[in-house]
Design a protein around this ligand. Structure first.
Ligand code: NAD
Length: 341
């Protein structure tokens, strides 16, 4: 069975998480197969990821890059002149590259780019005569991802896996991202070899779409924990508790979570946290809200009942608009609630 047909087979239930560690063996097995690569979307994440990819590829391989923002492509070429070509458009990337990585903002961008890449359905005739491996690292909804995957596989032009990531811009620059992948078992090793050039941990969650489902479930929990932490800290401080003492107690108690321990929203509680730097840097409130919205839409689509999602979304919408909060780390919810700074 071809890999395209395998991935098109009915979605199987989520398998236990398999953590893949990068290995030279994985890399060299892909090396025999790959010589041309594509990267589309050289934004905050993609630029650094493509840079790491290029640095780890054999010198004789070629990386075709494309971004609607031509300044980003030009800058990438300036910084990585060896073995990099700017493609005229995304169709050219798909024709020339055997493996194509996309890192785009939202579902409509992924849909649009894949439409251009896959139509007409003659990639194998017009370019490299081989099924492509498409790896989409964008955080989008699983329904759009499945539709795009089907367009790729049903036309026999390639296989498509979802590989959303966590680790932020700092992780992208350091090459330490975590990728959550949804892929047929046959392509996991190859995808792991590719992603290991940009990240440290590759978690295979199941069939196509599973990576996004895992990512959105996690970010839903994070969005709620962030609000709950801000409220609990604000509550305790208003009651007269010392912020550090309160956080220290929570962090050895049952309320402990990432926002309380690592990204505490109260300035001064954790040295170097976004809150302690005027909420600069970190995980932008708009991105957190975008992921929450995707989780809610996808949950509705699957008839999953959520008690807190809509309330949280309404709050993030307000925080995103508030003059003293917009553009800041999402822990700025604490400021929005009137927390003492
Ligand atoms: P970004 O907006 O900085 O970059 C996206 C890039 O895609 C831009 O350079 C844009 O010009 C380009 N682009 C848009 N449409 C295009 C098209 N039609 N053809 C070619 N290029 C096009 O976004 P980002 O921060 O790099 O995030 C990318 C994805 O990764 C998003 O889905 C985001 O949710 C996810 N993500 C981001 C972070 C983060 O910390 N920034 C962390 C994890 C996941």
């Amino acid at each position: 069975m071809s890999i395209a047909r395998a991935i098109a087979s009915p979605l199987r239930r989520l398998a236990p998480v398999a953590v893949r560690q990068p290995s030279r063996m994985c890399f060299s097995s892909s090396r025999n197969l790959q010589a041309t690569w594509g990267f589309i979307g050289l934004g905050r994440m993609g630029f650094a990821m493509a840079k790491n990819l290029r640095a780890k590829l054999p010198a004789e391989d070629t990386l075709f890059v494309q971004d609607v923002n031509t300044a980003a492509s030009r800058k990438f070429l300036e910084e990585n002149s060896q073995g990099v070509r700017i493609a005229d458009n995304v169709r050219e990337v798909a024709e020339k590259a055997e493996t194509v990585i996309t890192c785009l903002p939202e579902p409509q961008h992924v849909k649009g780019v894949f439409k251009q890449m896959l139509e007409p359905a003659t990639l194998l005739k017009d370019g490299v005569n081989k099924e492509r491996l498409f790896i989409d690292c964008s955080t989008i909804d699983p329904m759009t991802s499945a539709a795009v995957a089907s367009d790729a596989t049903s036309t026999g032009q390639g296989i498509f896996i979802d590989a959303p990531m966590s680790g932020g811009v700092v992780g992208a620059q350091a090459g330490t991202l975590t990728f959550m992948i949804g892929a047929a078992p046959e392509v996991v090793e190859q995808a792991t070899a590719v992603l290991s050039m940009m990240g440290r941990r590759i978690l295979h969650l199941g069939a196509q779409g599973a990576g996004l489902k895992g990512k959105l479930a996690n970010n839903y929990l994070l969005a709620l924990n962030n609000i709950a932490t801000a409220e609990a800290m604000n509550m305790g401080i208003q009651w007269g508790l010392d912020p550090k003492a309160l956080a220290g107690m929570i962090n050895i108690s049952t309320g402990k979570c990432w926002p309380s321990e690592i990204n505490n929203p109260v300035p001064g509680v954790i040295e170097g946290s976004p809150a302690s730097r005027g909420y600069e840097g970190g995980f932008g409130v708009a991105l957190a809200n975008k992921d929450l919205g995707l989780a809610l839409t996808s949950a509705k689509e699957a008839n999953v009942k959520l008690a807190l999602g809509d309330t949280a979304k309404a709050l993030y919408d307000e925080v995103e608009r508030a003059e003293n909060c917009k553009g800041k780390d999402f822990s700025v919810v604490y400021r929005y609630l009137g927390g003492r700074e």
